[in-house]
Write a protein that binds this ligand. Structure first.
Ligand code: ADP
Ligand code: LRH
Length: 497
């Protein structure tokens, strides 16, 4: 069947976008997905007093604008889906009203809580019951922070909705919980495949807040009448897609039937491989990898890497100083800078919080007795080389954990517009990089809508559709193997897994 139109909202930590997908068939009946962007808007963290928040109502406003624009441009989507960054949530009271602005996962309320909760529960027990890497922002620590602060919101809250479920609720009035996001909380038990209420009880987190998760590809229901009236559009169905952006992006990796390695490259870099279940081995814990629930019954064994956040933050700082330089120009400056002058480990915890990024990088270079980068080009070069080396380390770790080798690396996401980073990555890993598609999360989001609408059988067929619809760029390792290998030696010397 052809002519099906869907609308995807992909909310990243740096920007949100609305894209239209149209399933088309040519004269031979070969199907393609045609994608066009109809709306893009920045997403900002906002400091209020001591806390960092998302501006959730602004995001809702921009999404409504996206819906209006879709219909104004003549599209009649039958469905829409929402994917967002992981772990964050809103709380609803007994009347279904939102209790305050959701916290941003970079809020400092969770500082030190990994250690505290590990002390109470035991690191190994926590890992076996969640399968997750120990990241300070996991929902578990956010709720524990609220508990410790005796937050009245926690007392009156009736329901917790993870960000994509919250946005779906604000558009439909229907409360739901989607599986892939649930697995980012560290409160979902991969063994029992249900909420870990025992752990919640131990930590004083109210288990009444959590709804039973549904699988990606589940139809949630239509837009609410108030939204339909306000926007003057016809109704469409909300579909629970792979609502965690990372999982939607992996769904859109144009891989075949062989095991493959991926790198979802945006604000964060998520590097790993697709599995058919969680790998809860001691080595997974030791190497600090996550098992995150994916679409179509998959699990993704992956490492969270600080990613292009480092570059985004430098750019924000320079912009604020009136020194506005676009990403393409920053990449050009890095290209002209001296190779392997200074390196940092991108997952140094100091990089996690916003602000002062260029100085943090300089301080770490100084600490490690390397030349201190001064110009923009030197700093960006340092970030990009360091990321590429981190990718090599994580890829080797993924190979060790799965006892497989991968022939190359599939890169998707906004970060692949940085061609220098793709080149560096191919050089660092000594294997080809297959880059594309850029808007993987939005495309993966559309794919699960097509599955829900009966237009696509399963993930395998969906990936074939991606391969048929979007070109990929191939980067072969091409340059200074000896230089990269010696830089990798320096990098490993930083001693972080
Ligand atoms: P998120 O979904 O997490 O908000 P994206 O997948 O949109 O992130 O990727 C954003 C990143 O992509 C930016 O931080 C930037 O480094 C990179 N990027 C975006 N546009 C360009 C460009 N024109 N050239 C190089 N890099 C770019
Ligand atoms: C990437 C991402 C990542 C999470 C982080 C909070 O956008 O979803 O997978 O760990 O945001």
């Amino acid at each position: 069947t052809t002519g099906t139109t869907v609308l995807a909202f992909d909310m990243g930590a740096s920007s949100g976008r609305a894209l239209i997908g149209q399933l088309q068939a040519d004269a031979n009946g070969d199907r393609k997905l045609e994608v066009s962007e109809i709306h893009r808007f920045p997403n900002h963290a906002i400091q209020v007093g001591n806390h960092l928040h998302w501006d959730i109502l602004r995001l809702l406003h921009e999404m409504k604008k996206g819906i209006r624009l879709a219909f104004q441009n003549g599209y009649e989507p039958s469905a829409f889906g929402i994917d967002t960054w992981g772990v964050d949530f809103g709380l609803l009271d007994a009347n279904g009203e939102l209790l305050g602005n959701p916290y941003h996962y970079r809020d400092s309320q969770t500082d030190g809580l990994i250690e505290e909760v590990s002390g109470l529960i035991g690191q190994e027990a926590l890992f076996k019951q969640s399968g997750l890497q120990f990241m300070p922002f996991n929902t578990l620590y956010q709720l524990y922070a609220m508990k410790k602060a005796a937050s009245p919101k926690l007392d009156v809250a009736q329901t917790l909705l993870l960000t994509p479920d919250l946005l779906t609720y604000l558009l439909t009035g229907i409360k739901s919980c989607e599986f892939t996001m649930a697995t980012t909380t560290q409160l979902f038990h991969p063994g029992t495949q249900s909420w870990n209420s025992e752990l919640m009880d131990k930590l004083g987190i109210p288990s009444r807040l959590f709804l039973t998760p549904v699988q990606p590809g589940t139809i949630i229901g239509p837009l609410s009448d108030t939204v339909v009236d306000e926007l003057g559009v016809s109704s469409m169905l909300a579909v629970a897609v792979g609502t965690h952006d990372t999982e939607s992006a992996i769904a859109a990796v144009p891989a075949g039937d062989e095991p493959f390695a991926f790198l979802v490259c945006g604000t964060w870099s998520l590097l790993g491989t697709e599995m058919d279940g969680p790998l809860l081995s001691d080595d997974t814990l030791k190497l600090d990898f996550s098992n995150e629930g994916g679409v179509g019954g998959t699990y993704q064994l992956l490492k969270n890497i600080m990613g292009l956040w480092l570059l985004q933050e430098c750019k924000r700082e320079w912009d604020e100083q009136g020194n506005e330089i676009g990403f393409p120009e920053l990449v050009r400056l890095a290209e002209q800078a001296e190779p392997f002058r200074s390196l940092v480990h991108p997952d140094d915890p100091r990089f996690f919080s916003p602000g002062g990024m260029a100085n943090k990088i300089r301080a770490i270079c100084e600490e490690t007795n390397q030349p201190v980068p001064t110009s923009e080009g030197e700093i960006v070069r340092c970030i990009l080389e360091s990321l590429a080396l981190r990718y090599r380390q994580a890829l080797e770790q993924a190979e060790r954990l799965t006892e497989r080798t991968y022939g190359g690396l599939h890169m998707v996401g906004g970060g692949i517009q940085n061609r220098l980073l793709c080149e560096f990555t191919a050089n660092a890993i000594g294997k080809p990089v297959w880059a594309g598609p850029i808007e993987a999360s939005a495309i993966g989001n559309m794919l699960m809508q097509l599955v829900a609408l009966g237009q696509c059988r399963d993930l395998r067929e969906a990936r074939k559709l991606v391969a048929a619809s979007f070109p990929i760029d191939v980067y072969e390792p091409s340059y200074d193997a000896a230089g990269w290998s010696s830089a990798y030696g320096t990098f490993l010397g930083f001693g972080r897994v």
